[in-house]
Design a protein around this ligand. Structure first.
Ligand code: MRU
Length: 294
């Protein structure tokens, strides 16, 4: 359990759907190690507070484990549930891909942010799943990936995933994003999400500036996420945005790039739902007004 906590905190496991699966397997580990399950679940929950999927995975495995009378039974039931969540993830991503691909046209250039690909899930990806499916369907779709400071999920993960598959991808700095939109170099934006409340979409810090630019220039801004990312019982103000260590900003690959200055390093931002053109889920595409879905 401690190893898993460390892997999540240091982001060797990251991305909302991957956290959901990891959370469930965390409960399995706690059963295996004969821990106090509630205590282990609380510790796991604290590792990254913004992605609601982590808590969803933990809750599902905990509920399953509660059905067992002995420790062994609890372990078996939690393991079964965690495996189910893992398989569900790949399946729902393919469905998100299928529904989302209908929104992309032949010749589109799609901007994406952070990494909402298979490296954030068990397989296929949410935002990148949409792009993958459109390309598989024969559409010529190109991608603009923003590098995603400070941890560079866009360059290290998204660009890598797409290149590996032979998908045409151009990497830009985050500060170039709104300008690239203004210059008309992209047609659509598709991003993932860590939590969708009744009024906002939480995603990697920097998403909001792209949503604003897209709104200003009348470009579609799509969010691709499984239903387990929805938290319509809460509002933006109820959600804790994770703040990460300032050294992620003061250092770049271990090299100091700033004096020992005070740093504010939020990991996520919230984009109001009125800036979101549609949300692509495994059950179909949801259009505004979103309040009718809550
Ligand atoms: O801090 P990270 O890398 O876990 O942030 C990930 C994101 O913001 C993703 O866009 C989101 O989790 C969706 S992944 C399908």
């Amino acid at each position: 359990v401690e190893e898993l906590e460390e892997a999540i905190k240091s982001m060797r496991i990251r991305g909302a759907p991957a956290l959901e699966v990891a959370g469930a397997f965390g409960v399995v580990l706690a059963c295996m190690e004969k821990r106090n399950l509630l205590h282990a679940a609380k510790r796991l929950l604290k590792t990254r507070p913004t992605a609601v999927n982590l808590s969803r995975g933990i809750e599902r495995a905990m509920n399953a484990a509660r059905g067992g009378k002995t420790r062994d039974e609890m372990f078996e039931l939690a393991l079964k549930e965690a495996g189910k969540i893992m398989r569900e993830d790949a399946r729902r991503n393919k469905l998100i891909g299928k529904y989302g691909a209908k929104l992309l046209r032949d010749g589109d250039v799609v901007m994406t942010y952070c990494n909402a690909g298979r490296l954030a899930c068990t397989d296929y990806g949410t935002a990148l799943g949409v792009i993958r499916t459109a390309i598989k369907e024969g559409k010529n779709v190109k991608v603009v990936a923003c590098e995603t400071r400070p941890l560079l999920q866009g360059s290290r993960l998204t660009a890598w995933e797409l290149l590996e598959e032979g998908i045409d991808v151009t990497l830009i700095t985050d500060n170039a994003g709104p300008w690239v939109i203004r210059k008309g170099m992209v047609d659509k934006i598709v991003v993932g999400a860590d939590r969708i409340t009744k009024d906002a979409v939480f995603n990697k810090i920097g998403t909001y500036s792209l949503a604003l630019a897209a709104f200003e220039h009348r470009l579609p801004f799509y969010v691709a996420a499984p239903l387990s990312t929805f938290d319509f019982g809460r509002e933006e103000k109820d959600v804790k945005v994770e703040e990460r260590d300032g050294d992620e900003v003061r250092y770049f690959s271990g090299i100091p790039v700033a004096p020992p200055v005070k740093v504010y390093n939020p990991a996520f931002d919230a984009t109001p739902l009125d800036k979101v053109s549609a949300i692509i889920t495994e059950k179909g595409v949801i259009y505004p007004p979103y309040d009718s879905w809550s």
